[in-house]
Design a protein around this ligand. Structure first.
Ligand code: ATP
Ligand code: MG
Length: 424
């Protein structure tokens, strides 16, 4: 019988990779907590209508990427393709939005039926940030500064570029859409198939097209910036002023529109040229219209989502991961000869009491060539327990293959703390 394999585009994250994931996740969590953000956890399955209504019927996601199925009750459900819709649904459902300000974040798997390739998978992970109830540009600036601080902390700041644009108000976008359609209609036959269709249904999305011909035609198309309303202009100016003062560099990209329908005013992406075609590692913007669109009171909102796989790839590519993280334990503890295995288990328990936070792995199984085996684990500290004729235990200690110490058990914890510079 053929062995069952994982589903195409859905990856196992193996033990040698998880340290990088944990490092990234922990760093994000530290940065977010420095800005006072609170975590929210939503289900991975929602009613299909939630995504249709929020993301928009005429988007790649809803048209062809969703994992949608009927449950046993014939209700249409969808594996979440992104986190914003579910976050708004949850926040609204539990009364977190009305007359309040919220700074939330979430993480977890998302599902899109795409063609799997490097940096693009069918199950992938995002860490997302959503803020609610704040209308001015200071919060737009905060979420961007927060992401910049994260790249700085991870050593990635020199490898990513911030692209920025404003989509303006709904009215401004409507006026622009008209001008864009008038322009593009002249070239209808030369546009790619999706773009031809979108000329009627969702012309702004054409700016997002990855087709070269379409992009060439777009070179001379009208630009959104010329249609911006006064308020959006002022909002954008305030945002860029804060970024300038904070020393965060950006490029204004007039063609940046983002794939989802619910954005307005600020949109941004952090892009790298180190990963090939899948270069966007973080994307977001303002979506003041979404809460109302989903049945709530009008609520200003700004957020972004980063692609964890792409960031892990970037950290690996640029060798930005501290090497020590890959070693899952600090101390390897074994018996030197038979008959002391239970002492080893108990001694390890005692050491974990004495040295909280120190990572100790004990040796189980055969003891042949034990000192060699123990050193080969790569642990910075190796401890072998041995018994004397009187059955008194003592220990032999290696520190990165440096001279051997023989120590009495009552001084073992102190000695380990000293050589591994462990401050619990
Ligand atoms: P793209 O243009 O690359 O398809 P998108 O606009 O569909 O991106 P968003 O919906 O904005 O992506 O998602 C935010 C981030 O999540 C992306 O910038 C990317 O880093 C990551 N991401 C999106 N889709 C995938 C995927 N299929 N596999 C891996 N990461 C993804
Ligand atoms: Mg996409």
């Amino acid at each position: 019988m053929a062995k069952i394999q994982a589903i195409r585009g859905m990856n196992d994250i193996l033990p040698q990779e998880t340290p990088v994931w944990q490092y990234l996740e922990q760093t994000v969590q530290n940065v977010l907590s420095a800005y006072g953000y609170a975590e929210i956890r939503m289900p991975v399955v929602e009613q299909t209508n939630l995504f249709k209504r929020s993301i928009g019927e005429v988007t790649d996601i809803v048209e062809k990427e969703m994992y949608t199925f009927e449950d046993r009750n014939a209700e249409s459900l969808t594996l979440r393709p992104e986190g914003t819709a579910g976050c708004v649904r949850a926040a609204e459902e539990h009364g977190l939005l009305f007359n309040q300000m919220q700074r939330l974040w979430y993480r977890g798997p998302m599902f899109r039926y795409e063609k799997p390739q490097k940096g693009r998978y069918r199950q992938f992970h995002q860490i997302g940030v959503e803020t609610f109830g704040m209308a001015a540009a200071d919060i737009d600036a905060e979420v961007i500064l927060l992401s910049a601080r994260l790249w700085q902390t991870l050593g990635l700041l020199d490898s990513v570029t911030l692209q920025l644009n404003s989509l303006g108000s709904n009215e401004a976008r409507a006026a622009y859409k008209e001008a864009l359609v008038t322009y593009l209609a002249q070239y209808r036959e030369q546009l790619d198939k999706d773009s031809q269709r979108r000329l009627e249904s969702n012309p702004l999305r054409i700016l997002d097209s990855k087709d070269e011909n379409t992009q060439a035609i777009l070179q001379d198309a009208p630009v959104l910036a010329d249609y911006l309303d006064e308020e959006s202009r002022a909002h954008f100016a305030e945002l860029t002023a804060i970024l300038d003062q904070a020393g965060v560099e950006y490029e204004i990209n007039p063609r940046l529109v983002r794939g989802l329908d619910y954005y307005c005013k600020t949109v941004f992406e952090w892009v790298t040229d180190k990963l090939g075609a899948q270069g966007t590692v973080c994307a977001g913007g303002r979506y003041d219209g979404l809460v109302k669109q989903l049945g709530g009171k009008p609520t200003p909102a700004v957020g972004f989502a980063m692609g964890v796989e792409r960031l892990v790839l970037l950290l690996e590519t640029l060798r930005c991961v501290p090497e020590a993280l890959r070693q899952p334990f600090d101390v390897y503890l074994a018996a030197e000869s038979k008959g002391f295995q239970s002492e080893v288990v108990l001694l390890a328990e005692q050491l974990r009491n004495d040295l909280p936070g120190l990572r100790i792995r004990i040796h189980c199984g055969g003891l042949k060539n034990i000192s060699q085996k123990a050193k080969q684990t790569g642990a910075p500290v190796v401890v072998l327990i041995k018994g004397s004729a009187e059955n008194n235990l003592s220990a032999t200690l290696w520190h990165r293959d440096e001279p051997v110490f023989d120590v009495a058990l009552d001084t073992l914890a102190g000695k380990i703390a000293e050589i591994s510079q462990h401050n619990a």
